[in-house]
Design a protein. Sequence first.
Lengths: 165, 627, 110, 497, 463
Amino acid sequence: MNITTLVFILLSVLAVGSAIMMITSKSPVNSVLWLIVVFFTISGHYILLNAQFLAIVNIIVYAGAIMVLFLFVVMLMNLNKETEPVKNYRLQLIGIVAGGALLLLIISAIMKIDAQQLVQMKVGDEGLIKSLGMNLFKNYVLPFEISSVLFLSAIIGAVVIGKKD
Amino acid sequence: MNNILKLVWLIPVLPLVGFLINGLGRKLLSKSASGFVGSAVILLSFVLSLLVFLQVKNGNTATIHLFNFIHLDSLNIAFDFKIDQLSTLFLLIITGVGFLIHVYSTAYMHDEDGKDFAKYFAYLNLFVFSMLLLVMGGNYVIMFIGWEGVGLCSYLLIGYWFRNTDYTDAAKKAFVMNRIGDLGFLLALFWLISKIGTVQYDEVFTIANLAKLSPTDLTGITLLMFVGATGKSAQIPLFTWLPDAMAGPTPVSALIHAATMVTAGIYMIARSNALFSLAPQTQTIITIVGLATALLAASIAIKQNDIKKVLAYSTVSQLGFMFLALGTGNYVAAVFHVLTHAFFKALMFLGSGSVIHAMGGEQDIRKMGGLHKHMKITSITFLIGCLAIAGIPGLSGFFSKDEILAGAFGHSVLLYSIALFTALLTAFYMFRLYFITFRGEFRGTLDQKHHLHESPKAMTFPLIILAILSVIGGYIGVPEALGGYHELAAYLSPVVKSAEHHLTHGTEYMLMGLSTILVLATILFAWIKFKNYKIEGEEKGLGKFLQNKWYVDELYQTLVVNPFKSVSAFFNHTIESKVIDGSVNGIGKLVNYSSRQLRWLQSGQVGAYVLLMVIGMLLLFFIQLFL
Amino acid sequence: MDIKAYIALSLTLFTIGIIGVLVRRNAIIIFMCVELMLNAVNLLLVGFSKMHALSPIAKASLTYASDAQIFVFFIMVVAAAEVSVGLAIIVMMYRNVHTVDVNFLNRLKN
Amino acid sequence: MGNYFTFPDLLIWLPLLAAVFCFIAKTEKNAKTTAMLFSLVILAVSVSTLFFANDTKYINYNYVNYVWLKYLGANYFIGLDGLGRLLTLLSALGFPLIFLATSKSNFKNPAKFYGLMMLTQAGLMGVFMAFDALTFYFFWELALIPVYFLSSQWGGEKRIQATFKFFVYTFAGSLLMLIGIIYVYLHTDARVFGDGTISAHSFSLSSFYSASLSPDEQNGLFVLFFLAFAIKMPIFPFHTWQPEAYDQSPTAVTMVLSGIMVKMGLFGVIRWLIPIFPAVSPELKNGVIFLSVISIVYASCVAMMQDNIKRLVAYSSIAHIGLMCAAIFAMDQISIQGVMLQMFNHGINIIGMWIVVDIIERKTGAKKISQLSGLAASAPVLTILFLIIAFANIALPLTNAFTGEFLMFSGLYNYNKWMAAIAGIGIIISAVYTLNMVQKVFYGSVNAVTKEVNDVSLNEKMALIIIVCLIFFIGIYPQPLIDLTKDAVNNLLLRIK
Amino acid sequence: MNAIILSAVWGVVMMFCGVFIKSKSLPKYIAVAGLSIIIIVNIIELISGNSCFHFQTNDMIRTNSFNLLFITIALGCTLIYFLLSGSEIEKVGPHVGEYFALIFFVLCGVAIAATFNTLLMLFIGIEIISIPLYILTGSDKRNLKSNEAALKYFLMGAFSTGILLMGIAFIYGGNPNASFYIDKIQIGMGEMPVMIAVGLLFILVAMSFKVSAAPFHFWTPDVYDGAPTVFTSFMSTIVKVAGFFAFIRLFEYSFGVIQDQWQRLIVVITIATLLIGNITAVFQQSVKRMMAYSSIAQAGFMLLALFALNDKAKEGILLYSAAYSLATIGFFGILTKMEDYTIDGFNGLAKEQPLLGFAATIFLLSLTGIPLTAGFQSKFFMLMAAVQNGHQFWLVIAAVLFAAISAYYYFRVIQAIYFKEATQPVTQANSVTTPFKIMLVVIVALILIIGIYPEIIIGWMYR
């Protein structure tokens, strides 16, 4: 049990725990905050995998921008209180069982694989900005450009949907 | 003189022409015109038949090919007429008796209005046409055409007074029962076709083709043909239509249900004697059925009070006799009896018609009596008929019946004794009929009595002719025992094999004597019993049983008609609407129902949707990864 | 580390996201659960990318181990766009009915 | 094809043209006249095809073959052989008769009515002439759709439901057949076109005949095809759409349905089913004959219990069709020749029956046998004509149906005597219910319903008299029809043997 | 390639139209003009095989006559859709230019989804299709149904995106080549590795969701019902068939060699889709909702192409795209003119508007699959493909039996149109204009032409 494994386990437990907290929190604001914790742990994983660029982007974009946007919306709507008065426990139970069964099913299938495939930890330059940048702007220039269409439509969407008329 | 044979096709066509003229012009023709046309065509046919007969008598038989009816590679059915001894004999009977009855009808039906009168003659002509086809056909299919054709005409004529439901019921019954027989006949034909591929008489009866038929085939074919014959000739089990058929006008009963159509079965078997002779089992069955029918019908006849019903049962009984003859291989005797029976039975029917005419439609003999005083000709001719049928020596019935009895005796004494008993019953009921009707006191209403009169000439003329024929008709078949030369047997010999005579003359004398004495005794008994007939009370016991015709109709109703109807009703109500249509509609309902149920899946809630999707995923994963 | 550990972790997070979608009725939380699912995918992709970095076959086939990380980048991009539209829709609904309960609007069914 | 015209073309395009003219007709009279005139012209064309029956000599007049879908190997291939000539003649004859007989009926939207009728005729003609499976299927459905509209638009009270059942039922059947067609198609050989293109498979009838199919496949496909045809004919137990459809459709359409359209099923069996699967297993064959025989007896029994005249005629038609189907599967020259004759005869007779039923219904307003009585007194001409048709319907000798049924029974008997005997019971029962009906409707004394009835009008009389003449002509001299179809039958038999 | 770039560009143009042009009807003409240009350019590419634009695509998209033909069909159908229903778009809300821009962006996504060669492009393509659709669904902002539909669509769409991505991740992980290119997924001929299997299943589920195959179809009825009718028309046709095209393209290139291992999943999905689509449609009272279920049912038939995955299937999917889109667009076009969307609302349509009634009938007949209509040919090719595949023959039989059931609900509408009497005005009479009628006639003509001569479309594949 080396330090890497220890960190991995720590981060994983934290991630799963926060995720569970996220979905069980009564208050939306708490959920948002717990989700941010999840994102941070995932960034930790990225660093562990030496994917530094993604780790940063994850924190800036997700935790920083997107989640703040969520927070804004939640605050704006003043939803920081119990919003689900009626609960259908049976349906929830079925949901949890179904999700759990799915997880078990896939994991048990995956775990049947005997061969161990190791993951490169803490080293390797794939995740560095330089190699990513080279790859992105050389090979992935088309999707990069095309993504602009996505943003354009998102912009239009925000206008069309969000604008008061 | 062979030219006359070329004109043979005119014999059936003439009545057809008469049918068309009367049928299409029924609104234009006056009664006398249609009566004239109707009778004239038959007369012409008769004349032609006579000419043809003379040709055939000289030995000129022929098969006249008209056209190919159905011509396939594997089956050829020609529209042929066969002119030989057997068919010419029947031609004469049909056209001759037919003509007389047409003449009779002009007077008898005179009360009908013009259209119906023409319609009647049209039907009658059509009947003669069909009957002629039946006997002239050169193969079984043409025979079958006539066979069903006469059935149709019988239907039409029985139901002539169509407003009366009982009459149309009778017509329907006649047709349906005939159809049952016809099916048998048809199946026989199919059997023939499948075995030897032809139905042409000339080809079927060749030794080569007969050899192709196994004993089973022969028995089967002949039995099926016999089934056909029982339908047409009113034998057990298909005889009940004939008494009912008396619903038709009396001349029709005389022509169709006594003289001609009902003898078609005899003609068919006589025509196919080559086949039947090879099928002993069938012959046995025919014998039994014929005798049983004769006895059954005779027993019923003694208790009937409707003048025509008595005659009808008598006809059935006499037909039974003919079948007895056929069954015993005595084909000539059967044909002979057909001939004589045609004369005396037509005579008696026409006589009864005359009586009914005089009585203003009354048919119940209990309400008649003493008519001899008022209608001498009718009475006398009727008496001649009765004597003939009873088998008084010297009259036609004696010769033919005696021949049949002799043939039966040659087979077994038991047959003979039953047949003789039946003959005595015949004498009994005929004279019962005669005495009750013509002798004693009149028992009808005053009004009827006032109207009693002898029938017009057009009616009495045929009676007289037929009476004469009934007397002399037997002399063409005087048996050798009486020093005669059996002309008929000789004439028919090319077509119909004569029965082997192995009775000594002595035996024959004895039989004749015995039957004559017994018949005379019976007549005497009848005379004593019925000369001063009084209306009796209800019949009881055996009498009631006989009066109700052995309850055969009721039996059929319970055993055949009712089960059949309930099965059909079951089909209609349960199988059809519930099971089959129900399942078809059920599919529709199922679709509708599941549609209503399935839409609840669409609950409108995202959570539920996703849950269902996850469950779906779960299933797919499970199938893919673990199955 | 064995890749299975990453798969397990990622799938766990993913499933938690799914369960969240299933059991919550607050549109925003559901949406966040979806984001969690996306992040689980991201993590897995990075894990795979680092796994393939060790694989000789992958190196030989002239592909870049960083492909998966670029994919993650695109996922983040798309997620951002989706968030803007999604939040706009949620806000629109909130404006109309003053709730973000997904079961509140229930006109479309059967 | 260097000809300016060919018969198949004319027979397809004339009805289509007529349909167009009818659709744009402004007045009822115009529509009626157009339909009548065109149908007469079509009849004339159809009759004249009989004089060009020699295939080797007039091949260019009798066959049309255009490349249609090159990559699929489907041709627009229609032509007339003996079988086709017979059935096109039937449908060419049927329509003018129907128009004549119903010319007194007033349909709302006459333009549409007659247009759809002519469209139906085009479809029928196509079905009877198609030599290419895809063409066949197209026309098969084309004949169905207009009838659906005709029945649903102009029929009785429950028409929509009844027609719908009919439509879905037959549609399901034909889709199954479509699968069968596809399957066989995929097992045909390649076809080379004039310009050198090659399609992997072909839809033409001859390719279908030579498709390589294992016995197991043949059996399965046989069932698929047979279902479609069995529903169309129909035979037990696929028949329940029919009485309702006949009852609810306008009589003109019922005539088309029963007189001509049901022949599509029989035709399909003769032209497609049997030759494509000549080696069909004896069990299946026996099964089909068994079903058909059940059909005969069962339908006859049910017919006996009907009080509604239309349903009675419908069930009697089922019984007759059952016999034809059984006879086809006896696969014997005599029986198939009988079927050929009978297809034509049944068409004529049943149209005649419907004309009378229609007249009765129109004049009395009654559909039930029990409501009627004594029509013979008030309408003697009608009675006589009907009697003739009714007796033709129960196959009395010297009427047309006798020859057909005689041959069919004979062939069936060759196949299995017991089947023939059981089927023969149908003959008896048919007499029973026909006579029952005649007795109750025509005989007896007039009642309130039938008192005021006057006799048939001129056009109805004409139609009926034509039918009666045909009944007798074919009944007495069926040979022309036999000669017409002889070659087709022999080819079929060659194919089977 | 032409189509991707030009429709993106024209989307931007339309966006600016929305800003600068105040007229409500002008954007339609601009859109039509732009679309015509795109179609022409696309056809040029189809014929010549060369794109006008030369990008460093790194083989991430790949065109061939098959997918170019598909794009042409999709664009052509969109053009017809614009011409038929353009004026209805104007009625949805004030942002006419933006709506058109979004539609152009969707078309860009459609073109990507038809030509993608890597999973990344597939993902981006699908997202480019989806995001504008979320917006269009919710574009009727005051209408709560529209709100609800948008929300449901968005949440479930995002969820399915997650699933798709998970699938892609597993595929990547299980691919020794470490590549996202769909033709470089190394699987081998034996039983597929577990990672690939898991990935395949996730992708299958996500794609099934996009094409609304059961049991992942639940969004479809609600969204189609709730969205403005004119956009439902677009979504349920062009977008849907694009989804199918992507589905088939993906599975053919990536997993075609091991089809026997996943075919049974398709069978399950197909049967479920046919069953749920057809059966549930029977009971619907709203025609719009019935059309939603009918689109599920039609998806069931299109899944046969995925089941078969042979040449006939490709031809079939092209024909199906055209036939289904034309008929549905036409029918929705008529639906937008109706006063009442229930089946009873169609009562007496033929009497009031004979042409509309007739056209609607033809569309419904085509959807049912009656010969002489394009719908028949498409179903015919699908069945042929499935039969040719040779496996699971019973599936084909089940499919046609369900097709017979489909007659049940389509003909209910026909019955209403022709055989029932109207009690109130059936259509919004003033909105039924002559151009609209002309377009209906054009669509009917196209349906009949394709129905009689389908090689007019599939012939292009063999040039």
